[in-house]
Design a protein around this ligand. Structure first.
Ligand SMILES: Cc1cc2nc3c(=O)[nH]c(=O)nc-3n(C[C@H](O)[C@H](O)[C@H](O)COP(=O)(O)O)c2cc1C
Length: 189
């Protein structure tokens, strides 16, 4: 797929079909992620793969419970509270696969590098006919030492961004994007 087409067509996908993502597709996605640029070419990323719809439903319940427990008292005013509180809501949107991008310690700009890897992964998914969605809501739960230990994520790695991937059940809705704002443009002819 043309890269500009992938950029313009990628949208956060929040409805997934029953079609399963294959292991080989996941390898393709993380290989594409690992092609991202990184400061001093330090490539400070590592990937945890969590697969299985039921597994992700259980993690969603635990991540929501953690958010409700740990959020600020003024959190009740947050309109997203419904998302955390409702038993009906799966914060992973019914996807069967989650890739958690983690940063290795002691590097130069690990968070930024991992976000570049994340965008590579999502654009690769688009090119492969897969939908994707970053799930920031789940990040605090993945930071818990006991959750990292349970999943086999080394304590010294920092979970940066969970991304669900899967086959879209419905085309994701269009999202309005602002025109790119130009602050200044110094261009010598
Ligand atoms: C860091 C980050 C965290 C996000 N967390 C969530 C999330 O927890 N749940 C969700 O449904 N979408 C999440 N999103 C997706 C955004 O809501 C989405 O990218 C935004 O609405 C723009 O839509 P688009 O991706 O279709 O262009 C997140 C996106 C980013 C970059």
């Amino acid at each position: 797929m043309d890269v500009l087409k992938a950029i313009y067509q990628r949208r956060a996908t929040r409805h997934y079909s029953d079609a399963e993502v294959t292991k080989s597709a996941v390898f393709d996605l993380i290989r594409a992620a690992a092609q991202a640029p990184s400061a001093l070419n330090q490539q400070p990323w590592a990937f945890a793969i969590l697969h299985g719809r039921e597994r992700l439903v259980k993690y969603s319940e635990r991540a929501k419970a953690h958010l409700l427990l740990t959020s600020d008292p003024s959190f009740g005013l947050d309109p997203r509270v419904d998302q955390y509180a409702s038993a009906e809501v799966n914060i992973f949107h019914g996807a069967d696969t989650l890739v958690l991008i983690c940063a290795k310690p002691g590097r130069f700009w690990p968070m930024q590098d991992c976000f570049l890897a994340a965008e590579n992964l999502m654009l690769a998914a688009q090119g492969m006919g897969l939908g994707s969605c970053p799930i920031g809501f789940a990040r605090p739960w993945f930071h818990l030492p006991e959750v990292k230990a349970e999943l086999g994520i080394p304590a010294n790695l920092t979970p940066v961004l969970p991304i669900v991937v899967g086959y879209a059940a419905l085309p994701p809705p269009a999202v309005e994007k602002h025109d790119a704002e130009i602050i200044c443009w110094h261009w010598d002819e």
